[in-house]
Design a protein around this ligand. Structure first.
Ligand code: ADP
Ligand code: ZN
Length: 624
């Protein structure tokens, strides 16, 4: 069977996506590989397809139990023999699984990295035919990633001590240079093929809302998106409790998740969310790793996260099925202070003292970049892509900032005064003292520091403080000013050589009327272009029936609905209206095994609907 045939038979898809084919060919030719692909790009298929085609076993090293369980359920449901070995099994169950594995029952086995040091497991590995070792979430090997797992450091030794060296493939969605280098070095990949697919997720719409009344925003948003599933991230447990309670008191079906809850409660919340009993979950960043729910339509950040890496990962949980989804960050300057506090109180107990300073510096840099995202008036999508090292050209035209109406305002005069003031006071002060001085504010603190005697005192007395603040932040982003990383955030002069030119200009894009345009955007321009756009009212009726059937099966089999079929697959059924098995196989996401398992029941519903609604059309193709 070829790779394409394998993809169709087991997964029901017609073609590979960008990057998948290259990785698969590399693996099949016996070479090591590193794939850096964003969430939802389809990393699993990259190792699962070759695993099915190679003669021996593929070991997948994965950091999280829930992730393994989900993957194994999914594979079993597709008719593939797979198993996991981790601490959720009893010793007896582990022995049994290894027994089966030794007999060649499983093609794919998921293990936690700790298992690689276990005697019984090593004995099995030494005596089995292992064709490939796959390292999932490979960034866990790097101290510069957010999810460092020391036991990942043992993987290289494990691979090298096997009697025959298997192909080593590794996957991550973290693209920073440090992390990539760590993976390449520490994992010991041999002349690997490195595939980096674009980080742009076109189906995600990014926006930042600079608002004070966050609660009203969320209530309004959820009400307007009643049928959708979403995640609301808060920075602290206390916020999670408060926001969830606030929403529940409005009668909304909202659950919550944070590390302060008992594990039973967390499991319950997670299940309520995954099984769509409660479509919205309020959570700290403890929630999400290993959650594959594909129909999350929006991710709202109630608070600013600590880094772009976190933001990209958390926001990226929206729209894994490729459907239009929104990622909204609610920003207030207070978030920066909260995050600073959280970083200052970070637990460094396991970290050698010589590393602490370095880590703090990294944390601070990351936080500053995150703040830059919240404050930029430029294209948000480009900001993200550039942060992850991708080149961009024109603004995307499809994000909150690109859709906002701005005015270009010449701020050269103000910018030069700010630089003068920083220079005159010898880079000793932060933004508040500098702006207070320029505005000629009558503050005791300024008198104390003798700022009132400065030449620049009151030079910009007619300006608006808020706008000057934005200007300073923009000048930091542009590199004209530099902000120190310590808690005092002192302003220093950056590279101002380009400003010496007579004609040099500093312009700032200013919001015309932020609130007004926000409203206009959501009403005027329907952002979503979803597959459901093709469905007529009859199509929606059928979609609901199919969803009902999916939920029924999910309950019978104790499996999340999206593992049975994704929304996208159900929608495709409504569009294609298959009436027999062969037509059913044409539906995207229906492979042989799922056809055998569920085909008849879904066909039954579709046929019955077609008979009872003869003459009604279920879909219209808008593109034609
Ligand atoms: P990642 O691990 O990169 O976040 P997944 O492996 O979970 O992504 O895949 C995301 C979704 O895309 C899954 O629903 C998967 O079945 C689907 N998918 C992957 N490859 C293809 C393909 N070639 N064609 C259609 N859908 C695909
Ligand atoms: Zn944009």
């Amino acid at each position: 069977m070829t790779a394409n045939e394998t993809l169709k038979k087991y997964f029901g898809y017609d073609s590979f996506r960008d990057g998948q084919q290259t990785i698969i060919n590399t693996i099949l030719s016996g070479r090591d590989a590193l794939a850096i692909m964003p969430t939802g790009a389809g990393k699993s298929i990259c190792y699962q397809v070759p695993a099915l085609m190679m003669s021996g076993i593929t070991l997948v090293i994965s950091p999280l139990i829930s992730l393994m369980q989900d993957q194994v359920k999914s594979l079993n449901d597709a008719g593939i023999n797979a198993a996991y070995i981790n601490s959720s099994l009893t010793e007896k169950q582990v022995s049994m699984a290894l027994d089966y594995a030794a007999k060649g029952v499983y093609k794919i086995i998921y293990v936690a990295p700790e298992r690689l040091e276990n005697e019984e497991f090593l004995y099995f590995a030494d005596n089995a035919e292992i064709s490939m070792v796959t390292v999932d979430e490979a960034h866990c090997i790097s101290q510069w990633g957010q999810d460092f797992r020391p036991s990942y450091l043992k993987i290289a030794d494990f691979v090298n001590r096997l009697p025959v060296r298997p192909v080593l493939s590794s996957f991550t969605a973290t693209a920073t240079k440090e992390v990539k280098n760590d993976i390449l070095c520490i994992l010991g990949l041999k002349e690997p093929e490195i595939v980096i697919t674009g980080f742009d997720r076109k189906n995600l719409y990014y926006s930042v809302e600079n608002i004070k009344r966050k609660d009203e925003f969320i209530i309004d948003y959820i009400e307007k998106h009643r049928d959708d599933s979403g995640i609301i991230y808060c920075s602290t447990r206390k916020n999670v409790d408060a926001v969830q309670e606030m929403l529940a008191s409005k009668g909304m079906a909202v659950t919550k998740y944070h590390a302060g809850m008992s594990s039973d409660d967390r499991k319950q919340s997670q299940d309520d969310f995954i099984y769509d009993r409660k479509p919205v979950i309020v959570a700290t960043n403890a929630f999400g790793m290993g959650i594959d729910k594909s129909n999350v339509r929006y991710v709202i950040h109630y608070n600013m996260p600590q880094s772009m890496e976190n933001y990209y990962q958390e926001a990226g949980r929206a729209g894994r099925d490729g459907e239009q989804s929104q990622c909204i960050l609610l920003f207030s300057p207070q978030d920066v202070m909260i995050n600073r506090f959280l970083l200052d109180n970070k637990d460094f107990s396991d970290i050698p003292p010589e590393d602490i300073e370095l880590i703090k510096e990294h944390d601070n840099k990351r936080l500053q970049a995150m703040e830059g995202y919240c404050r930029t008036t430029g294209c948000l999508r480009n900001y993200i892509l550039e942060y992850f090292g991708e080149k961009t050209d024109a603004p995307c035209g499809d994000c909150g900032n690109c859709n906002r109406e701005y005015e270009e305002v010449d701020m050269t005069r103000e910018a030069k005064w700010i630089i003068n003031c920083v220079a005159e006071t010898k880079s000793r002060y932060g933004i508040n003292v500098i702006l207070g001085t320029l505005l000629g504010a009558n503050r005791a603190r300024l008198k104390e520091l003798h700022m009132t005697e400065c030449r620049t005192y009151g030079a910009l007395k007619d300006s608006n403080e808020k706008i000057l603040k934005d200007l300073v932040n923009q000048m930091v982003l542009d590199g004209y000013l530099h902000k120190t990383n310590d808690r005092y955030s002192v302003l220093k002069i950056g590279d101002i050589s380009s400003l010496r030119d007579e004609n040099a200009k500093v312009t700032m894009r200013m919001n015309k009327k932020q609130e007004e345009t926000r409203e206009k955007n959501t009403k005027k321009k329907p952002l979503s272009r979803r597959s459901t756009d093709e469905l007529t009212s009859a199509g929606f009726e059928l979609f609901e029936l199919l969803r009902g059937l999916r939920l029924e099966i999910a309950k019978e089999e104790a499996m999340p609905p999206y593992i049975i079929f994704s929304d996208k697959t159900l929608i495709d059924m409504c569009v294609k209206m298959p009436l027999d098995a062969e037509q059913m196989l044409d539906v995207s996401g229906v492979g042989m095994n799922k056809l055998t398992k569920y085909g008849e029941r879904f066909l039954g519903v579709i046929k019955k609907y077609a008979e009872e609604n003869a003459g009604r059309v279920t879909s219209i193709n808008h593109d034609k």
